[in-house]
Design a protein around this ligand. Structure first.
Ligand SMILES: Cc1cc2nc3c(=O)[nH]c(=O)nc-3n(C[C@H](O)[C@H](O)[C@H](O)COP(=O)(O)OP(=O)(O)OC[C@H]3O[C@@H](n4cnc5c(N)ncnc54)[C@H](O)[C@@H]3O)c2cc1C
Length: 398
């Protein structure tokens, strides 16, 4: 039986929306993407893409380019927050030559540009900017999008990839879940390598301190260092990719931390320094209604303590195509959630748990945590990879 090909409207041209557009176009569906921003692009800084994400990017035919634009870390190094001494070193990318998918660090802008180019190559006119969606509604066997200029368009399916503040989620699927501010603010930014006296090792660096942590790694093929510096503070609650951050204020948040970290942070390019208040939401029990489906952050926003938000959006894209091509229209929504709901909920909750582990305030518990990590890294450098096999080795179908 010939598979049914649909006319699909996607709301949002972020990483999840473009991944979905690319996967759907490759499978022969007709796609239109509506983005409220006047210009396409990403802001912010780096992204870690673990093997589960790069496996899907490979199947979408863009992995070589992602690898060229990104950086392959050679390991994970954990440092003491106050003394800067190395606590543990674990392997990363040690098995790429024998078939593991690579763990890649990439600037968001680069990943976005690669996905966009691949989409446009297949369907040059499928993306519409300055197209703000105000609501989406189900009709019988179709769904329609209402735009802020009062225009309306109808599709066989509508995919809400419109991020944390999704309008598709409440208007089409009646989900009005509340977010909770976690009391954490993430400072994010880029440091030109040329501004540093010493080049950090080609590793992912993680520094866990009381009430905060810092991660830094290379992007732009190794020309730039990306950092995310998270600190617990309750005086500012705005979730936004574009809110500028002050380097001086960030440094105040890391008073008393090792000079190795502070020296890096003070080199942050002020024009590329942002801050983001971290909110948390519980996993949902459905992502669809009729002909409307949500994915990416619109469906499962998560804390960045496992570096998986974009990865889950990329996985969703592949799963959605599988469901549309495999199940009858009346079952697509349920089957999509069956495939994805449990996994993304586990990732959301693990990220939440990591917040406690990373920011432990008891010096005794921190001491024990660091000792265990230190011993584990000596005995078994693959420990972290092994612990996260359930996450990194995921395949949609075995
Ligand atoms: C500090 C930090 C670090 C992170 N690090 C990582 C990491 O290392 N690895 C990882 O995998 N993930 C990471 N994440 C998570 C990741 O960035 C997000 O999960 C991912 O970007 C979400 O993509 P998305 O396309 O679902 O949503 P978004 O990126 O929010 O895109 C939504 C798009 O929809 C558009 N839009 C919104 N509303 C409308 C509307 N009404 N009409 C039309 N268009 C609309 C927006 O303009 C936007 O372009 C991190 C997050 C944070 C905060």
């Amino acid at each position: 039986m010939e598979q049914q090909k649909y006319n699909i409207g996607i709301v949002g041209a972020g990483i999840a929306g473009l991944s979905a557009a690319l996967a759907l176009l490759k499978a022969g569906h007709q796609v239109s993407v509506f983005e409220k921003a006047a210009e396409l692009g990403e802001v912010g800084a780096g992204l870690q893409l673990s093997g589960n994400a790069t496996r899907v990017l490979s199947s979408l035919g863009v992995l070589d380019e992602v690898q060229r634009a990104g950086f392959l870390p050679q390991g994970l190094k954990m440092l003491h927050w106050k003394t800067g001494r190395t606590i543990a070193r674990f392997s990363q990318n040690s098995n790429v030559n024998v078939g593991d998918n690579p763990y890649i660090h990439i600037h968001r802008v680069d990943l976005h540009a690669i996905l966009l180019a691949a989409v446009i190559e297949i369907s040059p006119d499928c993306i519409f900017t300055d197209a703000e969606v105000v609501s989406v509604k189900n009709n019988e066997k179709t769904a329609s999008i209402q735009f802020n200029n009062k225009a309306e368009k109808s599709f066989d399916w509508i995919v809400g990839a419109d991020g944390i503040h999704s309008v598709v989620r409440p208007t089409a699927i009646s989900i009005t879940d509340a977010s909770r501010f976690t009391g954490n603010v993430a400072w994010r930014g880029l440091i030109p390598i040329s501004s540093l006296k010493e080049r950090p090792e080609p590793l992912t660096h993680l520094v866990m301190g009381p009430g905060g942590h810092v991660v830094f790694y290379y992007v732009n093929g190794g020309d730039t260092l990306n950092y995310v510096a998270v600190v617990e503070r309750s005086d500012w609650e705005k979730e936004s990719w574009t809110e500028k951050g002050s380097v001086t204020e960030m440094l105040r948040d890391f008073d008393g931390w090792t000079v190795d970290v502070r020296r890096l942070l003070e080199k942050s390019n002020p024009a590329q320094s942002y801050r983001w208040a971290l909110h948390d939401r519980d996993p949902l029990s459905t992502w669809s209604d009729g002909r409307c489906v949500i994915l990416g952050d619109a469906a499962h926003p998560m804390l960045p303590f496992l570096a998986q938000g974009a990865a889950m959006g990329i996985e969703d894209a592949q799963a959605l195509v599988y469901c549309l091509d495999t199940f009858s229209a009346s079952d697509v929504g349920e089957e999509f959630f069956k495939l994805r709901g449990e996994r993304t909920a586990r990732v959301q909750l693990t990220a939440r748990k990591n917040m406690k582990v990373f920011h432990e305030r008891s010096s005794l518990v921190r001491f024990v945590r660091d000792k265990v990590l230190s011993v584990a890294s000596v005995i078994y450098p693959e420990f972290m990879n092994k612990k996260l096999r359930w996450l990194y080795d995921y395949r949609l179908r075995d």
